[in-house]
Write a protein that binds this ligand. Structure first.
Ligand SMILES: Cc1ncc(COP(=O)(O)O)c(C=O)c1O
Length: 491
């Protein structure tokens, strides 16, 4: 175990430092109670679940709980679990005079605004507590034992052949991708792949890339940094209006389009079949290229996942996949499947700077895939996230019937459509509740006029022990009425 570890229990926000884990945990819990972050009566997670979140032994947590009970900080009663002991709570600061118009309940629950959020429902991360440590370790051990000596050298900038071979088989089977191992390049996350392709396209004379009207600003910024101007495609109720690539002269200079076709990020729709065909037709007709960001394609809950767009024309679509949602973003493992004409340039670009992804991590991932552990993990997480999404839909229907859960049943996040004009107010209420969550407006490209109010809820983010509390905090901030009554039509 590392000597200077910093581990976070995302729901309790405990930070453990040093090697004395039990003492560190006790200090962190005392501090949380003392500062009012843990209120009197709050039920603590079970020792098993907190131990799993913090990555420490269950006995360590059980011992820390027992000592804090003995010291009077906590109480433990059969049937009601371990709770923060009753005490005189510090008086909360008075709300500022410009307090936002948020539901009264939302303002009274956690008046001492915590420095760090109590609940994290930000989109973008899987449940990190569910990382399959034991299976990964087994795969790593087997991979390392079998690795030839040359694996510890510089190797091929495309990445380890062992990984590219099993990935080709997996991507064809699970995502319908036309993939031969020679066309796959391993990269350190989607962002790395996007940067490399942006640079290659720019060097090949492309000056502009189209992007969706809502998306991660970081991705558009990476294209800009690679020298490509970005232009946002319009959006309607069916998704991105890819027809504009052909119909609107403003897109004449676009040589590439970046799309989250299987599950638009963050709005949550799937690109309809006619538009999937249209964007590939555009690429064929103009020599353009579609950059398919398949970030969470394995997670579809209501039907079989829609296959990758890439299968419509592997010579016109660059397929980009990542382990950041299915396993963990910290691995920095992702892959591109490239058209023939871009392959050499991308490999040269990658090799010119560095090889980036660790060979031993790649070998471990190859073994993880080969042994079936990846399929098992994805299946287990699919079940877990599906259950969470169902619980989110049920809770919203019960507590905020005027809020609609939008998008397809897929991925690790959902969009809650809010009454027009309420997004900022709801976000202020969320901050007040110690709830980290983002509004859709944060993902709107600057040139796109504001049109939607909503919350992007990352339901995969909290560990199991914090999920129900996060859901309750979310329900507290949702508007209880249908929003402003529309003005009567002018006579
Ligand atoms: C839309 C989208 N694409 C791709 C990624 C994955 O990025 P990376 O592989 O660089 O972690 C993310 C992660 O948050 C994402 O939200």
């Amino acid at each position: 175990m590392a000597n200077d570890r910093a581990t976070f229990g995302a729901d309790l926000h405990l930070e453990l430092r040093g090697t004395r884990l039990r003492a560190g945990l006790m200090d962190a819990l005392r501090e949380a109670v003392r500062s009012g972050r843990l209120e009197a009566g709050t039920r603590l997670p079970s020792s098993r679940s907190l131990a799993a979140d913090l990555g420490i032994a269950r006995n360590t947590v059980a011992d820390a709980y027992a000592e804090l009970v003995a010291e009077g900080w906590l109480t433990a009663r059969q049937g009601s679990g371990t709770r923060v002991a009753p005490r005189t709570a510090p008086r909360p600061p008075a709300p500022p005079s410009t307090a936002p118009a948020i539901p009264a309940a939302a303002r009274t629950r956690h008046p001492a605004r915590p420095d760090r959020p109590l609940h994290n429902l930000k989109a973008g991360t899987p449940d990190l507590a569910s990382f399959p440590r034991a299976e990964w370790l087994k795969a790593y051990r087997r991979a390392l034992t079998a690795a030839p000596n040359e694996a510890f050298g510089y190797g091929d900038p495309r990445g380890r052949a062992e990984l590219r071979t099993v990935l080709a088989e997996y991507l064809a089977r699970a995502r319908g991708v036309h993939a031969r191992s020679e066309r796959i390049v391993i990269c350190a996350g989607f962002v790395h792949g996007l940067t490399l392709i942006g640079q290659v396209l720019r060097a090949g004379g492309v000056r502009e890339a189209a992007v969706e009207s809502y998306g991660l600003g970081l991705h558009a910024d990476l294209l800009t940094r690679a020298g490509l101007a970005t232009r946002a495609l319009p959006h309607d109720a069916r998704g991105t209006r890819v027809e504009s690539l052909t119909d609107d002269p403003a897109f004449r200079a676009a040589g590439a389009v970046l799309m989250t076709a299987a599950h638009q990020f963050p709005l949550g729709g799937a690109l309809p079949p006619d538009r999937r065909a249209a964007v590939v037709d555009w690429a064929r007709a103009t020599g353009g290229v579609v950059l398919e960001d398949d970030y969470d394609g394995e997670f579809r809950y209501d039907r079989q996942p829609v296959g990758a767009l890439q299968q419509l024309d592997p010579e016109r679509v660059v397929y980009l996949g990542t382990a950041s949602k299915s396993l963990a973003p910290g691995l920095r493992l992702a892959w591109m499947v490239l058209p023939e004409r871009l392959l050499d340039a991308v490999v040269a670009e990658k090799g010119a700077v560095d090889w980036v992804s660790s060979a031993t991590d790649q070998l471990a991932f190859a073994e993880f895939l080969r042994s079936g552990a990846y399929d098992r993990h994805v299946r287990a997480m699919r079940l877990r996230y599906r259950r969470r999404r169902d619980q989110l839909v049920e809770a919203v229907a019960a507590h905020a019937p005027h809020t609609r859960v939008g998008g397809i049943a897929a991925g690790l996040h959902a969009v809650l459509a809010l009454p027009p004009g309420t997004e900022q107010e709801v976000l202020r209420a969320a901050a007040w509740q110690g709830l980290a969550v983002q509004g859709v407006d944060q993902f709107r490209r600057p040139s796109v006029a504001p049109a939607l109010d909503g919350l992007v809820v990352g339901y995969a983010t909290p560990p199991d022990s914090g999920w129900q509390a996060a859901l309750r905090a979310l329900c507290r901030i949702l508007p209880q009425d249908p929003g402003p009554v529309p003005a009567p039509p002018a006579p």
